[in-house]
Design a protein around this ligand. Structure first.
Ligand code: ADP
Length: 480
């Protein structure tokens, strides 16, 4: 047991509102704050890369120090900045591999590897620069996982981490940091030597981090179990089984300040579970904005997410063509894989009266969609937690999702439990099954009393960070 308030350094590749690409940005932007608010004595601080886009946003930062890191036969400079605009200090870390980069996640794997390995090692210099002895280092996904390996296997470089406990939060197992080998060598990071780790994984940041972490937290209890199976384990399942006692699941939450249908400034009309009829105004506004027939009785479906096969967007494309009714509208908001983007556009051409496609990242529009659409389509192939369904439920937009990972942990299937149903789950990873599940939802939509009950049930769930933050705090104390 420690005799001072806990000191935690939380590191991630993105954090809302400074930079957000997907759910990791939501989590890193919310969880440290939620921990701080749950237990004000805890000294938790966040560090992210100082991407050129953040710099260009004009954010006010203060320099807090500098350091250097070995790279081949020379030293690379690191600059540390802080923004004190938020309730916790957020450190922005800069250096050549970061300042030279373009998008947060680029298409050049080797360049991304250099950027994130540099960031992970640079972040380990922060406590020294700040004269701040930390108790816990919490990393997220492959981008920062190498820091956990480094504090154990490069202890001469980072001696002050000898008694620091480490946590790796796992948001997405398949992204392991492909193409990192050369960068690891350039930064003199030794490979993993655990004989139980498959040899192909010994120079991949995520498995290396899993190997060294004191605790690995998957972002939902179901995903924490699924990763031990060949279906979801990405060929690491046998290795993961050797770490079984260190792996657990804690569900993500959502920021109830940002996602609040009663106060949301992005909406045409705010509403709550008791004033659900006001919600219609938002649907009408969407139909108007996207030149769709303004009919209250036509169910409005939406998809909001990355255009990636993980999200099952291709399943939606096939399932839509199988529906035996044309009494629906669909608005797709997403960006990513260009082939999938093109396929969605083709579908729109097939259904010009019913489908609209918006191929960009648009936070404000996502708020309007959650608040105005009737149904969120989310047929993910795998889903470590999923935030879109949590936000949708908070806004009375009923999820029709695949029964996998965090979707199972957060959605009560109306077909199995009509009294408490909060959405619809498709039991099989199969297009026909998913089309049938959409059809069931469309059928129930016709009975507005049942539908309203589902919306109310969904809106009454508690997906705030409070519960998860408490679980993380328990974990912090248990590992010390
Ligand atoms: P993942 O982290 O796998 O991308 P999640 O469901 O956990 O998926 O989180 C996705 C987050 O990103 C949600 O907040 C969702 O609303 C948001 N999002 C995804 N794509 C877009 C987009 N094109 N425009 C606006 N918000 C988006």
């Amino acid at each position: 047991m420690i005799d001072h308030p806990l000191r935690i350094l939380f590191i991630a590749a993105e954090a809302d509102p400074l930079v957000k690409v997907g759910g990791l940005g939501d989590v890193a932007g919310s969880l440290p704050l939620a921990v701080k608010h749950s237990r004000p004595g805890i000294d938790i601080r966040l560090a992210i890369p100082f991407y050129p886009a953040i710099r260009q946003s004009g954010i006010e930062v203060k320099p807090v120090g500098s350091s250097q890191i070995r790279y081949q036969d020379r030293l690379l400079d690191i600059q540390f900045f802080v923004t004190e605009k938020y309730d916790i200090p957020i450190y922005l870390i800069d250096g050549l591999p970061i300042s030279q980069s373009g998008a947060v996640y680029g298409t050049n794997f080797e360049q991304d590897a250099e950027k994130f390995i540099f960031f992970s090692l640079a972040a380990l210099k922060l406590p020294q620069v700040l004269h701040w002895q930390i108790d816990i280092l919490q990393a997220n996904d492959w981008h920062t996982a190498i820091s956990l390996h480094a504090v154990r296997k490069m202890s001469e470089a980072f001696p002050e981490f000898a008694s620091v406990k480490t946590i790796l939060t796992l948001h997405n197992l398949p992204f392991m940091g492909t193409g990192s080998e050369k960068a690891l060598e350039k930064f003199a990071v030794p490979p993993c030597r655990n004989p139980r780790m498959p040899s192909w994984a010994k120079q991949l940041p995520l498995p290396m981090g899993i190997n060294s972490a004191d605790k690995v937290v998957a972002v939902s209890p179901t995903y924490a179990q699924e990763i031990f199976t060949p279906e979801y384990g990405c060929d690491l399942q046998n290795f993961l089984l050797t770490k079984r006692t260190r792996i657990m699941g804690i569900l993500n939450g959502i920021d109830y300040q940002i996602w609040d249908p009663q106060k949301d400034a992005c909406l045409k009309q705010t509403f709550s579970a008791v004033t659900l009829e006001d919600r219609r105004e938002n649907k009408r506004a969407l139909q108007n904005e996207f030149s769709l027939p303004q009919e209250e009785n036509i169910p409005l479906l939406t998809f909001i997410g990355r255009m990636d096969r993980q999200k099952g967007i291709d399943t939606i494309l096939s399932a839509i063509r199988l529906l035996d009714t044309r009494n629906w509208q669909l608005i797709v908001l997403g960006t990513g894989d260009k082939t999938l983007e093109k396929e969605v556009t083709t579908l729109q051409q097939e259904y010009p009266e019913q489908i609209r496609t918006i191929l960009r990242f648009d936070g404000a529009l996502s708020h309007r969609l959650y608040a105005g659409a009737d149904i969120l389509l989310m047929p993910s192939r795998y889903e470590p937690c999923g935030l879109a369904q949590l936000i949708a439920m908070r806004y009375g937009c009923v999820p029709v999702a695949m029964a996998t990972g965090g979707l199972v942990d957060t959605i009560v299937d109306f077909s199995k439990n009509p009294a408490h149903g909060t959405g619809f789950l498709c039991a099989e990873q199969d297009t026909h099954c998913y089309a049938t599940t959409i059809q069931t939802a469309l059928q129930i939509f016709l009975n507005q009393t049942d539908w309203r009950k589902i919306q109310e049930n969904a809106m009454q769930q508690d997906f705030s960070w409070q519960i998860s933050a408490k679980k993380y705090i328990e974990l912090y104390h248990s590992i010390l």
